[in-house]
Structures are given as structure tokens and as C-alpha cells.
Design a protein around this ligand. Structure first.
Ligand code: BGC
Length: 960
């Protein structure tokens, strides 16, 4: 129990400030965002939320009130003036004016009153622009180029797919379809004031006007649950139009709609034909308007993209190029008029969140000749994306680029991805007239190495670039410390996030690219630290709600492709879900609320969460495990209602001691599913009680809380023995049970001892699976065993985080022993972020930056020195601005640097500090200082930059 021993000072910022620090200037407003984006184009949120940040050199700055003014762009007429609203809220403030109109651009500005009631200047103007809000706004028709319907892939079963039984079928290239080119000529009618394209496709598309690419988004319209949610994109094309004749061009490829996707590598998940919907709206200076819509006047042809499949790769034959098809005078008589299709507009929604784009380019580290004599390019980094190549050679030369994550133990190229249609092979056939640059359009690969075959002449490093493709998420967190291996671990985690936050949170970029719900919830907190993922997850949750089954089940992956339904049905006995996976529908919104203070995400998902929990409740209530089918004492039977101990579950997926890499994945599931499922039942009823409270649903709150209490009781009675041992005696089970509060208070010590004993017996190496991983180190620290937590962190033997790092990993692996200690390279994924969930703990615990209130309104700074590092630091761009916590230990002195953004406050807990001394060091922003446990100074501060320096006795501090 924490004990407050003394109060050394009480002051209120503003009253007792030293005069030289008094008023260093007024508050400025910056970083205006609408729905988390800077000046978004074409949104369809009826009541968008606005955020801003306060900037000031003063200390203890807070917002007392705000005023927002919204004007309509063209007329500058006032749309909404919020007036002075007393509120300290500066993030996610909902627009409260009249109904917003399709196509309209809204400009907005804000000013605030600070804690002294001084009013700031107005911010600079920001804007958002509405897209097409109703079906009636669409004049364009869906069109389909004349095409052969795609032929679906033959069915294979999961074991064949996983390579567990042979043979794994070869890709059948004869089933791949040509990309389709569409064009239409039109004439502009005057001086253009504004021009927008609204477009989407069945498949993926790229647009151009007069041969110039429209926008920079990759693989539009991206991947969502198309049946109910197909995004259209909005492009500002005013600059691309020329007076007189213009040509609009589109290229379509299979994408997720009809390409080979997921582990099963099945095609035609949504349909067998590609289609386009495009509406160009031009507004002229004289106020007149022109529409250029997709219709039967578009003409189509095949061209040089012989095929371009998301997974298999792309083939580009320059010999088939279409010449000047972007010029108005082009003779398109051999092209065929597109056909009208009737898909309607009901599932259309504006793009939400950052689009897929090229986020980085990488120069290769080396070009190797392998023992087998092959030329292999080494990027030096495992990425998700593609390779750009410069090449010069005779016409019709065929260059083949094969992509892989690893070399084998002899240093040879190794293409060993499990599953069908995972070739990752791009083929380019040269034109032969000078230097040619090739970069695929509609495929991406998970790779570090590329085998280059057929390249004319000697390929050099400068002839290639690695092009990283991901959702364009803003980096928000950075971490560094005195141990380079931990820094690399954090980098690897970020790379795995970049490689898998590709429109949806995918499991891996080379094998499945499926939106596994479990993986996403496990990694959620780390993801939020690294990047701004609020809109990204919010969009994916919309797909999740659409994929939720009638009976409330939330599938194991979202979108839930038919091929997965077919694959899971026999394994999961007809169920679509698992504990820890389906629970993502509650845990992810909760994480977003915690990190961004976003209440709307809770509201939007509440009924989906409630339906999921109702499904779980019924499963728990009705199911009695087989082992208990015999006569049961009434109290034992009664408690079964509160245990989710039946049905299929992935359990603590991939516990290394049970699964032997990936060879027996279901061993871990079977051994742990009962306890894991009941723990998640407890966790989610508890979260739901809190969420119901926040959303002012007191009855629900009570019911969930009561259910939670019964689950906890039942759990202890069923699974916990006298000596604190759980019936499934695995590290992860103790972790889950402790974290999810199903262990009675008086038993926590014993249960912790069981966990510690297991870890020690295992040589202080990890033996946790997917769902317990994120809590392991926290649980140890919260139960007094920081020593063991650090032993696990610094462990370098397999399985451990640093084992991977020391083995040269540049991303996080799917299994702890993807490269075994004897150097064998497995067929597992080398880019799976899930086990990277430790990133969050490093930020929070080692560098000591945590949130104490949702959205970081109140911050906790609490450096931990016990790991033996000499420095560690973190910077995090919260919704309020940058937060920094950085500490350094040198020659018996500890320096701690802290930055707290305006409109927030913080508790700073300094180990081994004299409260009076450190209190003096943060005077301008100090509110209260206390000493806790006689050894930790606790300072309550307002915003500002602080630096503390004091002598410290490391021995005393380390032992805390
Ligand atoms: C995926 C995982 C996923 C698991 C359980 C695997 O094939 O790669 O990350 O969570 O299946 O369904």
C-alpha cells in the first residue's frame, strides 16, 4: 500500500511563480486536426470531431474555454460559431452546427481562454471537405470492362495449405488475369475553379489524367468488408486538367476483390469481374459545372500488365504497351466499350484515415552471389513493399525478381512461405531502348532478399530501391536507451508494425495478410505508442462490426473472407471465433479510449461489444466440458455457467515448449484454452462494466460487474489449488489470471511464486504465447518481481526477445525460434508484430511514461532504474502535444528530463529523491510535492519543461 508520508509544499501555478518566469507570451494554437487528420478531403462523418494543441513557453497552461468558428469555404459565410464554451477539452470536440453538405469545404479556426482567462489569438485556418453523403450524389455508373470472369482456385484443405501434408500445389499462372485499362476523352469548358474525382473499384485501381498519376494512394480502395463497406477516394485534380481535350485513364487489377488472398490463396472472394466507379466533377469560375462519369463511353483494353496479383506478383511486358493512350488523339478503335453494371451505391463510404502510400525508400545493403551462384540483393531490412529496378538491356530480355525474407543456413536464397500462391515473383520484359525503370503497381511482398535472374549486365546497388508501402501513419513514439539491443528491438517492433499496418492490421505480409483480431488486440497498446492509429483502427472496427455473425460471434479475422470460413469450419467445429480474438471488439476500442480519450469509438462499438459478450455468456452458460459430464455436485455445476470452458479456442497460441515452432500449433491451444477463455471472459466483463459506466448505462454496468464477480469466484474455485497452482501450469496462464483479476487478493503472492518458479525452471526464458505476452512483464512488476521481469528482458537465449535481436532479426518473428539455436530457418513468418507487444512496456516502464487519465490528460512519469541501464528516454506525441520522459545516470547523479504539454498535468515520481530538493527544481510548474515510502518524491506539475538532477544511491534505488 502506498503511504503518503509528508507534504512539503503546496502552491497553485500562477500565484507563486518567480517573476522572471511569469509571462513568456500568450498561448498559440497549432496542429489543428479533423477526425485525426490534417485538412481531410472527402470525409462523410456527419459530426466530425476537431482537435487542436496549445503551445506556450509558460508553465501550468490550461484551457478554460474555447470558441470554434466554421465558415463555408466559397462564400466564407458563417456556418457555426460555438461561442465561448467553458471546457478544458481540446481533443475530439464535436462539430455542433447545422447539417453538413456533400462536397462542401468547411474552414475552421479556434481560439481559447487559458487558465488566467486570457484569450489567445485565433489559430490559422484549417479545413475539412465533405465527400458524397448520399446515393443521390452519385451520377456515375458502375462499369465493367469486357473481360473473362476469373476462374476460382480449386479448393485445398488447411493442412495442405500449411505445407503439413504434401504436395502443396504450385501456383497456376494460367488462372491469372490481365490488368484492364480504361480511358475516356472529355473537353473542359472554361477556367477551372475546383475539380474533384470520387472513385472506387472492384479490384484495385490507379487513375491518371493526361498521363499524370492522380494522387499517390496505393492499392485504392484498400481492403474493407466490401459487402457493406467499400471506400471511395476523393482526389483534388484541378491542377491536372488542361484547357480543351483531356483524357482520363484508369487501370484495374484483381486486388483483394478477386485476387488470391489469405492463407488459403483462394481467389474471387467478392466477385469474378473487375469494375470501376468514377465521377469527375468540375466547377468553373463562372459557377457552371461539368460531370465526367464512368459510363459506356469509357473504353477498355488489356495492356502491358499481363497480370498483377497481390501475392503472386506482377508481370509487365513492355512489348504490350499501349502507346499514347493518354493523349486525346489516340486511336482507341480496337478498345471495347465498357459495360454498365448495377452494383448500386449502398455500400459506399468515404475513405477514412490515412491512405496506403509509399512511406519510405531503402537503399540496398548489398548484392550477394550466393553459394549456389545466384545473384541476391539484400535490402538489409525486412519490409513490406516492392523493389524499384533500373535496367538497361536488349529488348525482350526477361528479368525475374523473386522476393523472400530469409536466406537458408548456407546463405542461399530461400523461398519458403507456407500456403498456396505465395510466389512473390515479379517479371519485367524489357523494351530495349535505353535505361528503363520498373516498379510494380498492384503487388507487394514481404521481403528482405530479392533473387535477380536474367538481369542484363552486372546489377549494382544503385540500380535498386526498396519501396516500403504501408498506411501513412504518423510516427508518434520514439524510444532509446543505453542498450543498443533494446533499441534494435524497438526498431524491429516498429518495422513489423509498418509491415503489417497495411490498410488493416495484418498478421504477416508474406503468408496471409489477414486481419487477425487476436494479434491486433495484443499489439494494440504498442501500436498506439509507435504511431497514430486512432483512425486506422476505427476504420477496421467498422469492418469488424459488419463481419460480426448474427449470433454475436466476432470472427478470428476481419475482413472474414469465405476462404477462411471454409478453412476454419472443420477446425473450429463450426465456430468462427476464439477467446482473445473475438474479444478484440471490446479491447481495441478500450485501448483507443485510453490512448486518445476517444469516447465515440466506445459508443459506436457498444452494441457490437454487448452482442459479443452475450454470445460468450450463452456459450459459457450452456457448455459443460466433457470431462465434467458425469454427476456433478450442484455447486460445481452451478459455477460452470460462469466459466467459458467449452468450444474451440486458439488459447495461448504458440507457446514454444508446446508447439515446437509451428509444428503443433494446436497443442498450446488445447492445453490452455479453458483458462485463457475464462480469463478473457473476466477481463471483458470488467471492461464492459467500465464502458457502460462511461456511457451512462447504469443497469448494464451493474449487470456486467455482477457477472464479472461471479466469473472471478468460479474461476478460483475451479482452477486454483491450495498452493496457488493453476490446473494448466504454464507461464501464460498465471500471467492472464493475475492480470485479469481472477485470483483472490490473498492468493496473489502464491500464484506469483508459481509463475516465477516456472520461469526460473525454464532458465529465465520465455514460454508465453500470443495472448499472455503483453502482460507478462507488467504482471511480474506489479507483483513485486521486477528482478525476474528484467531477467526475461535481457535474456539472450532462445526463446527471448534479445535472442531474435542477436540473431540479426530486423522485424519480429511469428515464433520465438523461427531461427532455431542450431541455425535452422523455419517456414514461419519473420514479420509478425504480435510478440513485439513488449514495446509498450519498454515505453511505460523503463522510460517511464504512462497515462493516468484517458488521452494523457493526466500523465505519469516514473523512470525505472532497476534494469541496470544508464539512460532511457521516450518521446510521445499525444493529442495535447509532445511528452518527454528521459533519464540518465552518471557518476552518482540522476538527471531526469520531462516535458508536459499544455492543457495536461502530470505526476512525476522520482526514485531516491529528496522531495524538497527536486521540488525546488520544478518550481514554476509545481502544484504539490510529496514523499512516498520515504524513497520516492512525487511531484504534481502542470505543463512545462523540467529538468531534475540529484545525487542518487543506485544500490538503494535498484533494490526498491
Ligand atoms: C496467423 C496468426 C493468427 C493465428 C490464429 C495464424 O495463421 O498468422 O497470427 O492469430 O493464425 O488464428
Amino acid at each position: 500500500m502506498t503511504e503518503m508520508l509528508s507534504m512539503t509544499k503546496k502552491s497553485s501555478a500562477g500565484q507563486e511563480k518567480p517573476s522572471e518566469l511569469a509571462d513568456l507570451g500568450a498561448v498559440r494554437l497549432a496542429a489543428l486536426r479533423c477526425e485525426y487528420l490534417q485538412d481531410p478531403l472527402g470525409i462523410d462523418i456527419c459530426r466530425p470531431r476537431l482537435s487542436w494543441q496549445l503551445r506556450s513557453e509558460r508553465y501550468g497552461v490550461r484551457q478554460n474555454a474555447y470558441q470554434i468558428v466554421v465558415t463555408a469555404d466559397a462564400s466564407a459565410g458563417l456556418v457555426w460559431d460555438s461561442g465561448r464554451v467553458p471546457s478544458d477539452n481540446s481533443t475530439q470536440v464535436e462539430y455542433g452546427g447545422p447539417e453538413l453538405l456533400s462536397r462542401q469545404r468547411y474552414c475552421w479556426r479556434v481560439r481559447i481562454w487559458d487558465e488566467r482567462d486570457a484569450v489567445s489569438n485565433w489559430s490559422a485556418d484549417a479545413f475539412w471537405e465533405m465527400g458524397l453523403l448520399t446515393s443521390a450524389d452519385w451520377q456515375a455508373l458502375w462499369i465493367e470492362p469486357v473481360q473473362e470472369p476469373a476462374r476460382p482456385e480449386p479448393k485445398i484443405n488447411m493442412f495442405q495449405n500449411l505445407g503439413m501434408i504434401s504436395p502443396q500445389p504450385d501456383s497456376d499462372y494460367s488462372r491469372l488475369n490481365p490488368c484492364l485499362y480504361l480511358r475516356k476523352t472529355f473537353t473542359t469548358q472554361g477556367s477551372v475553379r475546383k475539380a474533384r474525382i470520387y472513385a472506387t473499384a472492384h479490384g484495385v485501381y490507379r487513375l491518371e489524367i493526361n498521363g499524370v498519376r492522380v494522387g499517390s494512394q496505393e492499392l485504392a480502395p484498400e481492403v474493407t468488408a466490401y459487402q457493406g463497406f467499400l471506400q471511395y477516394q476523393t482526389y483534388d485534380v484541378g491542377e491536372l486538367l488542361t484547357p480543351g481535350a483531356n483524357v482520363i485513364g484508369a487501370v484495374l487489377a484483381d486486388g483483394w476483390y478477386r485476387g488470391r488472398i489469405g492463407l488459403p490463396g483462394d481467389s474471387c472472394q467478392y466477385g469474378d469481374k473487375l469494375a470501376l466507379l468514377l465521377q469527375l466533377e468540375v466547377e468553373y469560375s463562372d459557377g457552371s459545372r461539368q460531370w465526367v462519369n464512368s459510363d459506356h463511353n469509357f473504353k477498355s483494353s488489356s495492356g502491358p500488365l499481363v497480370y498483377s496479383d497481390l501475392f503472386i506478383g506482377e508481370r509487365y511486358d513492355v512489348g504490350l504497351e499501349l502507346g499514347d493512350w493518354h493523349l486525346p488523339a489516340y486511336d482507341d478503335r480496337t478498345w471495347q466499350p465498357a459495360l454498365r453494371a448495377d452494383y448500386g451505391y449502398a455500400n459506399l463510404a468515404a475513405q477514412y484515415g490515412d491512405p496506403l502510400q509509399v512511406v519510405q525508400e531503402i537503399q540496398p545493403a548489398a548484392i550477394l552471389v550466393t553459394p549456389r551462384g545466384e545473384t541476391v540483393l539484400d535490402l538489409g531490412q525486412n519490409i513490406s513493399g516492392r523493389l524499384r529496378m533500373r535496367v538497361h538491356g536488349p529488348a525482350k530480355t526477361v528479368v525475374t525478381l523473386d522476393h523472400a525474407e530469409m536466406l537458408d543456413s548456407d546463405g542461399n536464397f530461400l523461398q519458403a512461405i507456407r500456403g498456396r500462391n505465395k510466389d512473390q515473383r515479379d517479371v519485367y520484359i524489357l523494351k530495349g531502348d535505353g535505361v528503363e525503370v520498373y516498379e510494380p503497381w498492384f503487388t507487394t511482398h514481404g521481403f528482405r532478399y530479392v533473387r535477380i535472374s536474367g538481369y542484363p549486365g552486372e546489377p549494382g546497388r544503385d540500380d535498386f530501391s526498396g519501396v516500403v508501402i504501408a498506411s501513412g501513419l504518423r510516427d508518434t513514439g520514439s524510444f532509446s536507451c543505453s542498450d543498443e539491443r533494446l533499441n534494435r528491438l524497438q526498431e524491429n517492433i516498429r518495422w513489423s508494425q509498418r509491415g503489417n499496418f497495411v490498410s488493416i492490421p495484418t498478421d504477416c505480409p508474406q503468408r496471409e495478410r489477414a486481419g487477425f483480431t487476436g494479434d491486433a488486440q495484443v499489439f494494440g497498446p504498442t501500436a498506439c505508442f509507435n504511431m497514430d492509429v486512432a483512425a486506422f483502427f476505427t476504420r477496421w472496427l467498422r469492418s469488424l462490426r459488419l463481419e460480426q455473425r448474427q449470433d454475436g460471434q466476432v470472427p478470428a479475422c476481419v475482413p472474414y473472407w469465405n476462404s477462411y470460413i471454409e478453412m476454419f469450419t472443420p477446425i473450429q467445429g463450426g465456430a468462427h471465433t476464439s477467446a482473445g480474438w473475438g474479444d478484440a471488439c471490446i479491447i481495441i476500442p478500450w485501448t483507443l479510449y485510453q490512448v486518445y480519450g476517444d469516447l465515440r469509438v466506445l459508443q459506436e462499438n457498444y452494441s457490437s461489444m454487448a452482442r459479443w459478450l452475450e454470445y460468450v455468456r450463452q456459450e459459457a452458460e450452456q457448455g459443460i466440458p466433457e470431462r465434467l459430464q458425469a454427476d456433478l455436485p450442484p455447486e460445481v455445476r452451478e459455477r460452470q455457467k460462469y466459466l467459458w470452458n467449452t468450444g474451440f479456442h486458439f488459447g495461448d497460441w504458440l507457446i514454444p515448449s508446446l508447439t515446437g515452432g509451428y509444428w503443433n500449433p494446436f497443442e498450446a491451444s488445447n492445453a490452455t484454452k479453458e483458462i485463457a477463455a475464462s480469463c478473457f471472459y473476466a477481463c471483458c466483463t470488467d471492461l464492459m462494466a467500465q464502458i457502460a459506466g462511461l456511457l451512462q448505462k447504469p443497469e448494464d454496468q451493474q449487470q456486467y460487474a455482477a457477472l464479472n464477480a461471479s466469473i472471478r469466484q468460479a474461476f478460483a474455485a475451479e482452477y486454483l489449488s491450495e498452493d496457488g497452482r493453476l490446473s494448466a501450469h504454464y507461464q501464460g496462464m498465471y500471467v492472464l489470471a493475475l492480470k485479469m483479476q481472477v485470483i483472490p487478493e490473498q492468493k496473489r503472492r502464491q500464484v506469483t511464486e508459481q509463475l516465477v518458479a516456472l520461469i526460473v525452471e525454464n532458465g529465465c526464458r520465455l514460454d508465453t504465447g500470443f495472448v499472455s505476452g503483453p502482460y507478462l512483464l507488467d504482471v511480474l512488476c506489479a507483483n513485486g518481481r521486477r528482478d525476474i521481469a528484467y531477467k526475461l528482458l535481457f535474456q539472450t537465449e532462445c526463446p527471448s526477445w534479445l535472442y531474435e535481436v542477436e540473431r540479426g532479426a530486423t522485424t519480429i518473428w511469428e515464433t520465438w525460434d523461427a531461427i532455431s539455436p542450431d541455425g535452422q530457418i523455419s517456414t514461419d513468418s519473420f514479420n509478425h508484430y504480435t510478440f513485439g507487444c513488449v514495446g509498450d512496456w519498454l515505453y511505460r516502464f523503463v522510460a517511464g511514461l504512462d497515462k493516468d487519465q484517458p488521452g494523457y490528460k493526466h500523465i505519469l512519469i516514473q523512470p525505472d532504474l532497476a534494469g541496470g541501464l544508464t539512460h532511457a528516454g521516450v518521446s510521445y506525441l499525444s493529442g495535447y502535444g509532445e511528452i518527454i520522459s528521459a533519464w540518465k545516470l552518471q557518476e552518482g547523479r540522476l538527471t531526469v528530463r520531462v516535458q508536459i504539454p499544455p492543457n495536461t498535468s502530470a505526476s512525476i515520481r522520482l526514485p531516491g529523491a529528496d522531495a524538497a530538493l527536486v521540488g525546488q527544481q520544478c518550481l514554476p510548474g509545481l502544484l504539490v510535492s510529496q514523499v512516498q515510502d520515504g524513497r520516492t518524491a512525487v511531484l504534481e506539475v502542470g505543463s512545462g519543461a523540467y529538468r531534475f538532477e540529484y545525487p542518487i544511491d543506485p544500490v538503494e534505488v535498484f533494490s526498491q
